[in-house]
Write a protein that binds this ligand. Structure first.
Ligand code: GDP
Length: 415
């Protein structure tokens, strides 16, 4: 029956036991080594009002002064009334692993009398990074690719203990489909543990209520139990309540730690019992950097790209858009590519014809040679045959008993 046939077929697939080390177990390491050589690039954005500890946290996270201390600028009419976008890039290295880190700082966010559109320059910045990536993708020469897309956006929530403010909700609503949002409660040392728990619950409720999507580590059935547990642990701490400090302070028991000193004690930055800084850093750098980058590339960017190409496709006939239109550009490149292919095909055909002709010529020549040899041999054989014929004839003549010759001989000799 067919069932039996199938099982027979299935059993043909023999599971081979490896008798020695083949080497493919090292594949993940190879990928890793390659990226280590090239170095990693991670772009993280920090958004929030001034004074919420953004610079301090970023510097604490990467253990270096990436964002310089800001000079106190007294508010004046001279201060630009817009959100600035500042890129700070640094190459950091740890155990031979290179990481190019770009921190996007957004000074001015939420700092003005009218903050209604604080999110706009930030959205524009994120989209322009997608645009520049898209432009590179559609270019013919894609060897020198620069990927400056924002992989994560840490959004600093003021430790008010109430609920999210209009500016927080507005920002997250506008940005959540464009970037991996990681909301954090800033300066968590200014709140008690109970206040933090209540505030976290409130924030999560607000986020859910407004259908805001924040970055959440995901586990699937392929993950090992350890990863699943790790992800669950990270999730349970969201939104992270963080404390930053670049200074070392002495604990009551005499240790020197990065932290903040209060009359009632010391808040340790790197102590998971004290705040969620370690969890945030672990997620960003150790466990989920690739996932953040992948989600940016495969989902956030892909959605943006599709929408952009579709909208540009609609206005394809509009000459104003023509030269900027990636769809038109792609068509043009496709056409060029096809012409090139046709030319290559024609060239290959010519070469092929030439080769065939040469081969035919050679075959003909060897055929002629063979024929000549054949003829030669035939002649030689013919001659041999004739010689043999001649010999045979002579022999026959000499052996025939009653030939006149013989008679003569007989008669002559013995009679
Ligand atoms: P930014 O304007 O958001 O970049 O904030 P800064 O990093 O410049 O910090 C503003 C002020 O807040 C500085 O005096 C910091 O020392 C202080 N600060 C930074 N992080 C924390 C924190 O976690 N807790 C407390 N209590 N203060 C902080």
């Amino acid at each position: 029956s067919t069932i039996n046939d199938n099982t027979a077929k299935a059993t043909n697939v023999v599971k081979k036991k490896l008798n020695g080390y083949v080497g493919f177990a090292n594949l993940p390491n190879q990928v890793h080594r390659k990226s280590v050589k090239k170095g990693f690039h991670f772009v993280v954005m920090a958004v929030g009002e001034s004074g919420l500890g953004k610079s301090t946290l970023v510097n604490t996270m990467f253990n270096s002064r990436l964002i310089p201390e800001k000079e106190e600028v007294p508010p004046s009419t001279e201060t630009p009334q817009t959100v600035a976008i500042q890129n700070i890039s640094a190459d950091i290295q740890e155990n031979g692993v290179k990481l190019r880190l770009t921190v996007v700082d957004t000074p001015g966010f939420g700092d003005f009398v009218n903050n209604e559109e604080s999110w706009k320059p930030i959205l524009m910045d994120i989209e322009s990074r997608f645009d520049s990536y898209l432009a590179q993708e559609t270019r013919a020469n894609r060897t020198k690719f620069v990927d400056n897309r924002v992989h994560a956006c840490i959004y600093f929530i003021a430790p008010t203990g109430h609920s999210l403010r209009a500016i927080d909700i507005e920002f997250m609503k506008k940005l959540h489909t464009k970037v991996n949002l990681i909301p954090v409660i800033a300066k968590a040392d200014t709140m008690t543990e109970d206040e933090i728990d209540a505030f976290k619950a409130r924030i999560l409720a607000d986020i859910a209520h407004h259908n805001i999507q924040i970055f959440r580590p995901t586990s699937d059935s392929f993950d090992d139990p350890e990863t699943v547990a790790e992800n669950r642990e990270i999730l349970s701490k969201m939104p992270f309540a963080v404390v930053g400090s670049e200074k070392e302070v002495q604990t009551p028991d005499g240790r020197m730690v990065r932290g903040r000193k209060y009359p009632w004690g010391v808040i340790e930055v790197d102590n998971e019992e004290h705040n969620d800084f370690v969890k945030l850093r672990q997620m960003l750098i150790r466990t989920h950097m690739e996932e953040l980058k992948e989600y940016t590339n495969l989902t956030l960017y892909e959605n943006y790209r599709t929408a952009k190409l579709l909208s540009l496709g609609k206005v394809q006939d509009d000459s104003v858009f023509r030269e900027y239109n990636p769809v038109v550009q792609m068509e043009e490149e496709k056409r060029l590519h096809e012409t090139k292919l046709q030319k290559m095909e024609a060239e290959m055909n010519t070469v092929f014809q030439q080769k065939v002709q040469e081969k035919e010529q050679k075959l003909k020549q060897s055929e002629e040679e063979l024929y000549a040899r054949h003829k030669e041999m035939k002649l030689a054989l013919e001659k041999q045959r004739q010689d043999l014929e001649e010999k045979k004839k002579r022999l026959e003549t000499s052996l025939r008993p009653n030939t006149p010759d013989r008679k003569v001989k007989k008669g002559f000799g013995f009679k």
